[in-house]
Design a protein around this ligand. Structure first.
Ligand SMILES: NC(=O)c1ccc[n+]([C@@H]2O[C@H](COP(=O)([O-])OP(=O)(O)OC[C@H]3O[C@@H](n4cnc5c(N)ncnc54)[C@H](O)[C@@H]3O)[C@@H](O)[C@H]2O)c1
Length: 334
């Protein structure tokens, strides 16, 4: 039995990871400040004797130090996430995404010097590629951010700093770290409150509202089911060949946002209208988006055996079923 710490374990991806680790028979500690997550996400496992939950910030040194003293692996997922949140709170984004990573690495380094090797998985993001114009991004590609006057890039830049930090500790001190760059992760329990597109579409469609598409809807993204992402994370963290490496994680199947809206409507009510809203109305006048975001997964596939099991339509179905439950709707009244 391993003891794993999941920061951000009450969040969307974190809660699925916690459930899976417990299912595999491990002991799990969670630190989450519930800023965007909720303890409700862990309702199915809250009574487990192998789960210990602390509502606190990962910026609190004493909490991190106490928890780390006894763990074998850390999955660092706590972060300020979501385009809307970032546009609204750039200071919070930068501070939340950089300082705790530094704190965890520093504490791990102390333990390492005392003879204890704790493994660290760092959740990074496809946002680190910024607006690199390549059709498919691989891990060695340049990071191309917009101007610092545009707050949106602070999220990708803060995640890039996390990567630099983690890789520096690997290079300099041989701390066992793995970095996963998540592309769009979707599935049950994801909140639409911070601008995530699929839960937003599904919730609107179930309420009979128009699906709001930003700009012209021609932006290209790849969506992976959270269960597939969690499996990739677990296999990467367990793979000796992954240590000190950076990996794209997610799906490499592109879809246009407008087509995603049509797919959601097709499963709920094909006659629902689609409404186009400019970026300046949705976010701000200086908002800049990335039009095309597709990964190469060669490195991931050369390192782990897992291959995604869920198609996009199955994933959309799972999100619809989950939102229906959350909104107390049946298939007939939505
Ligand atoms: N969902 C995606 O598509 C996606 C894509 C790329 C990267 N990621 C990364 O994956 C990770 C998880 O994202 P998610 O989609 O589950 O988002 P989420 O908002 O559901 O999860 C983040 C969790 O971290 C917690 N948190 C935030 N600040 C904290 C702090 N200072 N101390 C303790 N807890 C704190 C939140 O309460 C929340 O539970 C993040 O690091 C995110 O950057 C997600």
């Amino acid at each position: 039995m391993k003891h794993c710490l999941v920061t951000g374990g009450a969040g969307f991806i974190g809660s699925h990871l916690v459930e899976r680790l417990l299912q595999l028979g491990h002991r799990v500690s969670v630190i989450d400040d519930e800023s965007t997550g909720s303890v409700d996400n862990l309702a199915a496992v809250m009574g487990s004797p192998n789960l210990s939950y602390t509502k606190a910030s990962v910026a609190e040194q004493d909490v991190v130090r106490r928890t780390l003293a006894d763990v074998d692996e850390v999955y660092h997922l706590a972060a300020a996430v979501g385009v809307e949140l970032i546009a609204r709170s750039p200071i919070h984004t930068i501070e939340t995404n950089i300082y705790p990573t530094e704190l965890i690495l520093d504490e791990m380094s102390r333990l390492h010097r005392a003879g204890r090797a704790v493994k660290l998985f760092v959740a990074s993001s496809s946002e680190v590629y910024g607006k690199n114009p390549k059709q498919r991004w691989d891990e060695e590609d340049d990071l191309v951010f917009g101007s610092t006057a545009r707050a949106r890039w602070s999220y990708g830049a803060s995640k890039a700093i996390d990567e630099f930090l983690a890789l520096a500790y690997w290079r300099q001190e041989r701390l066992p770290v793995v970095v996963g760059r998540f592309f769009n992760v979707v599935g049950p329990r994801q909140s639409g409150a911070y601008g995530m597109v699929l839960p937003r579409f599904v919730e609107a469609a179930l309420k009979g509202n128009p699906l709001v598409v930003h700009d012209d809807g021609q932006q290209v993204r790849c969506f992976a089911h959270v269960a597939d992402v969690v499996e990739s994370v677990l296999q990467l963290t367990a793979a000796p060949a992954a240590l000190g490496g950076v990996f794209n994680v997610g799906s490499d199947q592109p879809v246009r946002i407008l087509d995603l809206a049509h797919k959601v409507a097709a499963q709920i009510n094909p006659s629902l209208p689609i409404e186009f809203v400019s970026y300046s109305r949705a976010y701000s006048d200086d908002f800049e988006d990335c039009r095309h975001r597709v990964p190469r997964l060669d490195r991931l596939h050369a390192t782990i055996e897992h291959r995604n099991r869920f198609t996009l339509d199955e994933t959309i179905r799972a999100v619809i079923d989950d939102k229906r439950r959350e909104l107390g709707l049946t298939e007939r009244n939505s």
